[in-house]
Every structure is written in C-alpha cells, then in structure tokens.
Ligand binder design. Structure first.
Ligand code: HEC
Length: 106
C-alpha cells in the first residue's frame, strides 16, 4: 500500500515535471485564467451535451488536433465562431490548460 502510493507519487511527479517544459507556444500561459475562461464560456457544458460524461471525450489527442499549434488554432476558431471576443493571450491560456489536462503534447 505504502509502496504503491510512493510509486504513483513518483510517477505523477515525473509526468508533472516532464510537462513543466511544455510546448514552446504555451510557455508563460496563464493557466488560472485559462481554467476560468473554460468555466465562463460554457465549453464543458456544450461538450457534455454532445458526448456526455464530463465532456472530455470531445478532446481527441490522436485525432485531427494533433499538435500544439492545431490545438491553439481550434480554440481560435471557436473564439470566432462562438463570438467569444477572446484576446490572443486568452486563447493561448485556454489551449495551455486543455493541453495540460487532455492533449499532453510535448
Ligand atoms: C455550442 C457548443 C460548443 C461550445 C460552447 C464549445 N464547443 Fe468545443 N466543440 C463543440 C463540438 C460540437 C465539437 C466537435 C467538433 C468536431 O468534432 O468537428 C467541439 C470540439 C472542440 C475541440 C476539438 C476537439 C478535438 O480534439 O477534435 C476543442 C479543443 C474545443 N471544442 C474547445 C472548446 C473550448 C475551449 C470552448 C470554450 C471556449 C468550446 N469548445 C466551446 C461544441 C462546442
């Protein structure tokens, strides 16, 4: 039990520190702002309506969104289509959070 906890703690530490470098285009992104914007713009609510569950099944890292640039481009497209009027750094912040939590591009 203790050993298993230690191993999983080590593993999660390893993946967190591996991610800390992250894709270059997300370096310095404001993750707190990104999370807030995702909550404020009904992103998850709408995705849940489409795919059920917690809505995260809409994010497909192995699909056509397969690079950090494509992820950011997709958010920019939503920004226009949904008329969200997000600033470029807000688009980056949202993308960085989705990458951290779902896509995990290096
Ligand atoms: C009105 C409904 C709606 C809202 C609001 C919405 N989305 Fe989506 N989103 C969708 C649908 C539908 C798809 C699937 C499109 C497809 O697969 O062609 C999608 C797909 C995506 C994808 C691509 C998933 C993938 O890997 O292919 C991303 C990223 C995404 N949305 C992010 C967001 C973010 C961030 C927000 C909030 C700022 C948002 N969406 C708001 C409906 C919505």
């Amino acid at each position: 039990m203790t050993r298993q906890f230690l191993i999983s703690a080590l593993l999660s530490f390893a993946s967190v520190s591996a991610f800390a470098q992250g894709p270059a285009i997300f370096v310095g992104a404001d993750l707190q702002l990104g999370a807030k914007l995702i909550a404020d713009n009904q992103c998850v609510a709408c995705h849940q309506g489409k795919v059920g569950g917690d809505g995260s099944a809409i994010y497909k890292p192995a699909g056509r969104i397969n690079t950090p640039g494509a992820l950011r481009g997709m958010i920019e497209q939503c920004n226009m289509e949904l008329n969200l009027a997000l600033f470029p750094e807000e688009v980056t912040a949202i993308s960085a959070v989705l990458n951290r939590d779902h896509y995990r591009f290096k």
